[in-house]
Design a protein around this ligand. Sequence first.
Ligand code: ISE
Length: 333
Amino acid sequence: MSIGVGIIGTGIMGADHARIFAGQIAGAHLVAISDADEARAGAVARETGAARATSDALAVINDPAVDAVLIASPDATHADFAIACIKAGKPVLCEKPLAPTAAEGLRVIEAEVAAGRRLVQLGYMRRFDPGYVEMKGLLDSGRYGEALAFHCVHRNASAPAHFDSAAAIVSSCGHEVDVSRFVLSAELASVQVLKAKRSRHATFDDPMLVVFETDKGQLVDVELFINAQYGYDVKGELVCETGTISFGPTLNTDIRANGVHATSLAPDWRPRFAAAYRIQNQAWIRSIASGVPVGSSAWDGYVATTVTDAGVKSLKTGETVAIGYEKRPGLYS
Ligand code: ISE
């Protein structure tokens, strides 16, 4: 059986997901695509072979031929569309963040708990990236002892026009929030945001250093630099008791020429995390068929929003902020 997929939003990520579904995913076919800009939805539908394009997201959710929905519309719309999918009983892969704030994210948890089953997967695709997966596997093997600290670098070439310091914490650093919980199997207990000297190329606090302490006493530090100019660069180094585990930032092209040994970097996250997106989307389709959820849950999405709320608070005061969570419902245990 092939699962009919509807996509809401055809910005950078929605269009990318449509192409991934059109060319790389087994067991699924594109049915309907929506965007507030109907012409843009139409262009993506034509390119990817989706049957229908509309400006009405709810028409996609309620389309009888749509079995599952991918949400890639602006962040502030994620929670409402996810709740509409839950009410329609349709599985949803929701791009991160679940919502801009924890209070809004909690509404999705309440809706899913009321429905009594897990329908939401969050698009924190790094959980499917071969580099992070191998890192977690090596840590869990116990060969290098306990993890003590996790150094992360998250650099973008440039920021979108709407970005500010809070967006960098919610939208960019949210990835490190989710993936450090995944790799370390730990919860983040506190956060402090430090502002570095501001780059001349930035219109907000950039770079920043975000430091978390986990409930196991580990430190996670994230250098967040959204206007790094030179390319997309994500690195991670896990410091363990008897060794370190890191993965490279590269697309695997290695050039030796003119006395220089160089490695190419992606211009943005799509090529860098192409494998992660493909594996994530395929795993989502398989999980719908098997009924066994994979990846980040709505609860993980809520946790990320709670951590980034605390990060935004620390951004304002410079203080270390303790992070408190709601009680985890049994649905997510
Ligand atoms: C963007 O939304 C992403 O998800 C990228 O992975 C991240 O690097 C970027 O900073 C975000 O704006």
